[in-house]
Ligand binder design. Structure first.
Ligand code: SF4
Ligand code: SF4
Length: 482
């Protein structure tokens, strides 16, 4: 017997639509991940490439392994439709997604006008690197940068004059009082070029810029900031050069909201600060941020993509996701919560309605993240006009992808990191969900990354998917005995 897990995570019997596949004389399940469901003498099969999930009883499984001798033609058609790896079909689907997402995504220029910062956060992955230079962009380089963006944008808007473009500010910390002149110039540039302004900021000294936010309000997109949890914990890790920052950040977020500017407030979790989540939600509640349409409360995961910090508090993706699913079941998470850390488990989480608004703009199936996806037009540019592809690499000169002075970025190596171009990933039983994993981890220690991503998928299946399947099988069994 074959039961299909539909896109809403519900078991259903195959129907005529599932029998449209041509008859196949070779059903190869080598690329499919199989998990026994002992109590029901069945196996849960997951094809990560076609994203098909089904429950197949053990006798049907043994017929498959005996080369289909006793399977009916309808069973073979169903199984072929679910589990036959069709590289051409996958490729066509991939190309179609690239075109569609490219057409829908904005062109984003992320400017890091300074690497200086008014905070000394204990955990900052950028500011502690030994070769890191805390520079601010000079006038000459700023002129060059703006000319580059103007020309690049003009060329790309030829085909679509209304193409959305974003000027995103990043750092270091942009909104320091000393950055005023540069920020004014960037805001005005965005207005003249019909770009939306967004920014990532620690928000501690944002109040020095509110007059600009009022003037440029029609161009303002989202402001991204973060809290580390409750006040005491936050102040112990987020060291601001001029004393406590917690209340200042909250006041500045509330002032942005009064201007109707959307804000994302995020928290990054690990084993050691999980207890901060209720405090983060409590302060959100006190400030009317819960279920507030202007606010997104984002949950990230503390990670170590280059395997360099060896921080022992790191929680694997699937474990953190499981913890949050349980938290939601017991305490309830607000509707404006957004997860920002689900990678290999994303497609399974979406199917069971457990992805909590995670939408990674630009990420398409075949890639682990937006940074390797050609569908996302994002470039980071720093004070030296060096370009970078992913947020985590900004400021690390070993990861430069080019320079504005010499024609801009070359992302070809990043885009070539996907499930089609890495032969091992194409053969791997989690290839369609992991798709090569993080490009940085892959380069640093591929074996470790493969181990971790396979463990993530297995953990999620065991702790989250399987109980939901068994509950339905039990329901079916109970119905039969009733
Ligand atoms: S990176 Fe490793 S685990 Fe991920 S798809 Fe490739 S081979 Fe599989
Ligand atoms: S390559 Fe992707 S997964 Fe890795 S750090 Fe960059 S954005 Fe994150």
């Amino acid at each position: 017997m074959i039961q299909i897990v539909d896109q809403k995570g519900k078991l259903r019997q195959p129907d005529a639509e599932d029998m449209l596949s041509p008859l196949s004389d070779s059903l190869n399940l080598d690329h499919v991940r199989a998990y026994p469901i002992e109590k029901y003498d069945s196996v849960l099969l997951i094809d990560t490439f076609s994203d098909s999930i089904a429950v197949v009883d053990k006798s049907t499984m043994s017929e498959i392994y005996k080369k289909n001798v006793n399977l009916s033609s309808s069973e073979i058609k169903i199984l072929s439709g679910l589990f036959r790896k069709n590289t051409k079909k996958l490729n066509d689907k991939y190309q179609a997604s690239v075109s569609k997402v490219c057409a829908d995504s904005p062109i984003t220029y992320v400017i890091c006008p300074t690497y200086t910062c008014n905070n000394r956060c204990t955990y900052c992955y950028q500011q502690h690197a030994e070769d890191f230079k805390r520079r601010t962009i000079c006038d000459e380089k700023l002129n060059k940068l703006l000319t580059y963006i103007e020309q690049d944008l003009r060329g790309r808007r030829k085909a679509d004059p209304n193409k959305m473009a974003v000027l995103d500010l990043f750092g270091g910390e942009v909104f320091q009082p000393r950055m005023r002149q540069i920020v004014e110039r960037l805001f005005e540039f965005a207005r003249l070029n019909k770009m939306r302004i967004s920014a990532t900021t620690n928000a501690v000294e944002l109040n020095a810029y509110f007059d600009l936010f009022v003037i440029y309000k029609p161009y303002m997109g989202r402001i991204f900031t973060s809290l580390d949890g409750g006040k005491e914990y936050h102040e112990s890790r987020r060291i601001h050069v001029r004393g406590p920052s917690y209340q200042k950040i909250i006041n500045n977020v509330n002032a942005l909201l009064r201007l109707k500017i959307p804000v994302t407030v995020s928290i990054n979790l690990d084993h050691k600060n999980l207890d901060q989540l209720p405090l983060f939600l409590e302060v959100s509640s006190q400030n009317n941020w819960l279920n507030n349409k202007l606010v997104t409360l984002e949950i990230g995961r503390v990670d170590d993509r280059r395997f360099e910090t060896n921080y022992e508090g790191i929680m694997p993706e699937a474990e953190l996701l499981h913890h949050l699913i349980e938290y939601d079941a017991q305490q309830g998470l607000p509707s404006n919560i957004k997860f920002a850390f689900i990678k290999s488990c994303l497609y399974m989480a979406e199917r069971f309605g457990l992805s909590f608004n995670q939408k990674e703009l630009g990420r398409i199936k075949g890639h682990f993240c937006w940074a390797t996806s050609p569908a996302d037009s994002v470039v980071y540019v720093d004070p030296d006009l060096d370009t970078f592809r992913c947020t985590y690499t900004v400021g690390k000169k070993a990861f430069i992808t080019g320079n504005v002075d010499s024609g801009g970025p070359d992302n070809s190596k990043w885009f070539a990191h996907n499930m089609f171009t890495n032969p091992e990933c194409g053969e791997c039983s989690i290839g369609g969900y992991c798709s090569g994993g993080c490009y940085l981890s892959f380069q640093k220690n591929k074996a470790k990354q493969c181990f971790e991503e396979q463990a993530n998928v297995d953990y999620f299946v065991k702790e989250v998917v399987m109980p939901r399947i068994i509950q339905q099988l039990t329901g079916v069994a109970d119905d039969k005995t009733a």
